[in-house]
Structures are given as structure tokens and as C-alpha cells.
Design a protein around this ligand. Sequence first.
Ligand SMILES: Cc1ncc(C[n+]2csc(CCOP(=O)(O)OP(=O)(O)O)c2C)c(N)n1
Ligand SMILES: [Mg+2]
Length: 803
Amino acid sequence: MKTKPDTKTEITFEDFKAEVLNDYKLAVTSRECSLLGRREVLTGKAKFGIFGDGKEIPQIAWAKAFENGDFRSGYYRDQTFMMAIGELTVHQFFAGLYANTDLKEEPMSAGRQMGGHFATHSLDANGQWNNLTEQKNSSADISPTAGQMPRLLGLAQASKIYRNVEGIDTTNFSKSGNEIAWGTIGNASTSEGLFFETINAAGVLQVPMIISIWDDNYGISVHAKHQTTKENISEILKGFQRTEDQKGYEIFRVNGWNYPELMDTYQRAAMISRKEHVPVMIHVQELTQPQGHSTSGSHERYKDLERLTWEAEYDCNAQMRKWMVSNNIATDDELLDLERNIKREVRLAKKEAWLTFISPILEESKAAINLLNQLATTSANGVFIRKLISDLETIEEPLRRDILSAARKALRYVVSESSPTKVALQNWINHYIETIQPKYSSHLHSESNQNALHQNEVLPTYDDNATEVDGRVVLRENFDAIFKTHPESLIFGEDAGFIGDVNQGLEGLQEKYGELRVSDTGIREATIIGQGIGMSMRGLRPIAEIQYLDYIMYALQIMSDDLATVQYRTKGRQKAPLIVRTRGHRLEGIWHSGSQMGGILNLVRGIHVLVPRNMTKAAGFYNTLLASDEPALVVECLNGYRLKEKLPNNIGEFKTPIGVVETIREGDDITLVSYGSTLRLVEQAAKELQEVGIDAEIIDVQSLLPFDINHDIVKSIAKTNRVMVIDEDVKGGASAYILDQIINEQNAFEYLDSKPTTLAAKPHRPAYGTDGDYFSKPSVEDIFEAIYDVMHELNPMDFPKLR
Ligand SMILES: Cc1ncc(C[n+]2csc(CCOP(=O)(O)OP(=O)(O)O)c2C)c(N)n1
Ligand SMILES: [Mg+2]
């Protein structure tokens, strides 16, 4: 067995010993955290725990190969790695377990994520980039198994772009593309489609990605025989192995309890990937899970005695210990001593973390009790208020919920009294909510000065004799300008490269900007988004193209779980300003009609959703978004690429504002609210309604998320006193969302003389063909008649029944 690492500079045995001892110390510290962590949950101090026990040693080997500028995209078992790279202290580990909302105490997510979800800070407190090449980076974890994979692909691809594309300012992001993106995944999670999709894509793209598979034979209680063909993921992925004449992966297999072999494997893997930009897979086998999956259960229920005995013996920490003793690195007594000390240190750090967590809350409780006592002395209902106080006082370690709940309930007892003590309590409650609520609700969007809402409108301007061109040409010219002025921008998607997208909005641009910046991808929507998330986390400005809105369903999970939550789950310390470009609305049949907006709207809060009615508006959105630091989805009108638009002369500069509606027709009788391709039908219906004396006002929403930030729609309703929302989504979808905004956010009910209505599509998917469309989605006649009916109800004499 090797006792010396393969390093270029020779080190003495004493140095080597010291390093090994240090590693062991870290492994034991991390294990102690897991053991005590579980106890904290079982005694009620924390709600849930999922820990890294049984996976310590490979993570120490990995950390030694991990360099500044590198990125991790992993899952909840990686606490030892985070400790080893200096990004997680024992104190912070427990602060995370208790959900401390102070970002200084709990830098992973300020208590928003359960423990075991790790992150580093890419951004400073103002939302500006830190120098990522001078720190070790971890993209923020998410809980859905294999959800870390798509992003991992993009994190790795960024290195390839930085190494090979000229003209980008790399200062904060890369040193010649030498950074590796390191992934981790559990053996069972490799069953997910996202795993296989990512593995294939990284092999095609040849990016510096190293994926470690922590294999403990189980996924919670489910054995490998139910998870993986041949019960062996590296065995079945053998075909990915590169050969002399075919690119592919380098695949390693190593036992997770073998410290020297792990050291060697990780060094070799890093060398290959960093230098050659080759993806590497490290299958770390024979790992264990000493305390079972999480605090929710015990593994004795599903592991037999033989397995439990094996796990005890092959526990990676125990094996490392044994190896140290047999190689004269330490004696049993020395190690016992060291382990005792670590136990004490971890206990102390845990205590401190608890104190820093609970102290401010106890202060807040004291302040509330003080005010409640004063209220009790002046109120006729003092006895009831005192009961609230004594209930609160008996809670030794109160939650903020307990404090606020008692304070709010007390107000009910003094509802018809007036006293300075009541005012004091009211003020305290208001102030408390104002200061505490943001701890849980801030940073859904960027709070930096590049927030998309800070971007002002710049109108397109035209030459006197501006030519009329196909809409796609406006887009193409604008993308050309974008790629010219933003060297860090790039676009990729199915058919986006060689032919310049299926509607030619990128025609000729690959030739001009190269295959790395305007690229074709495989048919794999989730990882197209993952490429975008990862690259935008590393300072690039990717535009990920999803060919049709209908197929965004494949990507929606990762948009919802990952992209939409980046800012929120890091409390503004990471961002992924990815632009997702797609096309939808009204074309043909069940899967080319893209109208599932309601589903999207409800799943991607945190991402802007923009629905431009023509290509000039769309181009303006891209220009706005590139000046901002937020993610967005832009849905171009599928049937608008060949419609004529005037070509602006300030291509690349005009900006469509986000969250601002546009009135495209003025009228007095009713406000019609719609967006996208349906608008053209609404405009036609309005013309026909004018002929029978009905004067409709039409508002183009343009931006569904955020929605009408200036509340212009209600101003229109104040004039017309009637509103109808017209949408090609099903009822209860986007139209319900729009109506909710108008009624609940804009208080339109004050001005309404008629029932507010929605006109939407049939509940089934749209049938194929022109008639299929006519009988599935609102037609001009449907729109005409629906509006006519509203006017008939109001004035049957002037508008007699049509049918
Ligand atoms: C998409 C999804 N499905 C189910 C779960 C619940 N879940 C959490 S962890 C886990 C098992 C994962 O096992 P494995 O990948 O082997 O990792 P290990 O915990 O064994 O390290 C499951 C089913 C989840 N988080 N996400
Ligand atoms: Mg497992």
C-alpha cells in the first residue's frame, strides 16, 4: 500500500503524517457533526437533518484536487468537502441546522434551505461579482435528486468558452478556462433522466466536468438492484470510455474507504480534466450510511445484519484509522485522544451556534412580553392577556411564530379599547413584521441596481424610408448587434446553429461568430437550460433556445426548481441571469400551439415571463435583459416571423420595458386585456365591434411576470368600467392569473359596472388544422360575441340578442 502521495515536490514523512492526521481530524469532526446533528433533531432543536456521514474520506481527497476558480454542483452529502475547502465551519453547520436567518451565521442560504444544501457567495452584498477565480465556488444545491446535473454541465462549459472564445473580460471568472466543474450524485439518483441526459451531453461537448458518484448501494431504503442495471453504474456506462480515436469520458472506479487510492484517483482525474477538457466519471464504491438516510427514519428497517456488520467494518473513517495505525502514522492512543478532543470541540461549537441563534429571539420575546405586560395593566381584559404572556413565558426556546402569534392575539382582546400601550403594541407588531418578513421573503428577484425593472424604455427609431422586413429579420439584425457588442453572450439550442434556428432568426450568425457562440445542441431541453444556468453563474450571458414553447415542459422542472430560485435560495449571493428564448402561441395541433402559460406562470416565480406581440418588441426585451442581471423567458409569436415590420435604425439599442403594458387601441366601452398572437384576433374583433357601435380599448400585457407595475389597466377600467381578459390558454390559466392581478392587486372592482370576465380556450388541447384551431381557441367571432353579450346585458335595446 502506498504511503506517499504522488506529488512533484518531495515531502518528508513528518509532513506527510501531519497532513494525514489533519485529514483524519476533519473526517472525525465532520462525523461528530453528523452524530450530534441527528441528536439535535431528535431532541427538537432542529426540524430535519440529512448528513454526510459515511462519505467523509472521498470528499477530503476531492478537496485536495479542487482549486480556486473551480465550481461544485453537488448534493446534501458534501459537508466534509465544504469543510475541507474552508467554506463551512462547525458553527455554520449547526447554524444551518437551526435555520439561522443571519447570512453571516449561516452563509449557505440564511436559513432558507434545510441543512446540507451548500453554497458559496459569488456576489457581494450589492449583488456585484466577487472574483470567482480567487475563491473556491459551490453553486447552491437544490433538493430534487439529480437536479444538480444540468447546471453542472453549464458550469463546465463556461471553462470551454473562456478558453476558446476571444474578447471576453475574464478577470472575475476564469484563468484560461482552467476551472473544473465538479459534480456529486448519489448512486440511486443516477436513475434519473437528468443524470443520463447530462452525462451524454458532457461527452458530446467535451467539457471539464468531473462527476463523483457516492455509491452506498441504497437510495433511502431502496437497494441498488431496483435502481441500476447490473447494480453498477460505471459498468453500464463503460461505453462512454474514451479510446485512442474516439472522444468520450475517462472513467475511474475506487473504493470509498481507501484513502491513498482516493488521493491518487482525484489527482489524476483533475489533471486530465483541467488540461485536456475531458469529462471524467469517478465511481466511488463501497460507501456506507452509518446513521441511515436522514433523521426521518432508521436504516435498521431495511438493511440486514450482514450489511450492517459490513458497514460498521468498512466505514470510511474506521478504515482510514486502521490504515493510519498500521502504517505508523498514529497510535491507537493518540487517535483516541484526538477523537475525544474533537468531540468536545464540536459540542462547544454547537452550543455557541445555538446561543447565537436563540439569543436575538429571546430578546425579541422579552420586548414583546414587556409590551404585553403594559397592555395587561391598562386593559379590561388583562387576565386574558396575562394568560398569553404566561404561555409565551413557559416556552423556554421560543420561535418567532410564538412571539408574534401571542402579540397579534393580544390585540383582539383590546379591539374596542384605546390606550398608549395598545398603540405601542400595534407599532411593535408592524415593525416586527416589517423587519422579520424579509428574512423569509427577500431576493426572489435581484435587489441590485441591475434589476430588470430599473431598465428604462428606449423606443425603436426609424429612418423616414424604413424598409418593411419579415419579423425574423428584425430579430436577426438585433442578435447580430448583441453578439457584436457583448462578447460574453452566446446562443444555443436545437437547430440554432448551422441553419440559424427553425425560423431563421439567427441566419448566418454561426458563420460570423463561430460554433461556440451560435451552436446546435442535442435534443435535450433540460440540459439546454442547465448549460444556461451554469454559464450564467460564471459571468457569461447565455441565451438558451427551446425550440417550441410546448417542449419547455421538459425544461420546466429545472427552470422552476433551479433557475427561478437561485437568487432566493442564496439570499442574493448567487445569480443566473439566463435568457430563455422560445416561440409559441397558436400554430397547429396539440403540440405546436404553445399556450400552457398558466402552468408556466405558476411555476417560475423568480423568472420574468415576457410575451412580446411582435419581433421588434421581442428584440427590445433581449436588449433590456442583457442590461439587467435577472433570468427571463421570452415567448416569441410563432406565427409572427414572416409578418412585416419596419426595420429600426437603432438596432441593439432600443429597449422594451419590463412590467409595463401598452394600450394599442383606445376606446370607451370596455377594456380588453390580452397578449401575444391572440392580440391580432382581438384587434380584428375590435374593428368589427366598432361597426356595431362598441368602442373597445385594447391593452397588450407584454410582460406577464412582472405584471403591469404601473397599474395602467385599472386606469383604463376606471374609464370603461368593464374588463374582459382574452387568452388562448385554458380557463383558470393565464387569464385567471391576469384577472387576479386586476381585481386583487389593482382593486378594479371599485370601477366595474359589469362582471369581469375571461374568455379562454376549450379545456382540451387544441386540435390540428384551421378548423381545429377555430373550435379550440377563442376565434374572432367568439371574442366579438363575448363582448357583444356584455354590452347586450347592459343595453338590450341598442344591442339585441345575436342568437
Ligand atoms: C426528484 C426527487 N425524488 C425523490 C426525492 C426524495 N429523495 C431524497 S434523497 C433520495 C434517495 C437518494 O439516494 P442516493 O442518490 O443514492 O443518495 P444517498 O442519499 O444514498 O447518498 C430520495 C428518493 C427527491 N429529493 N427528489
Ligand atoms: Mg445512495
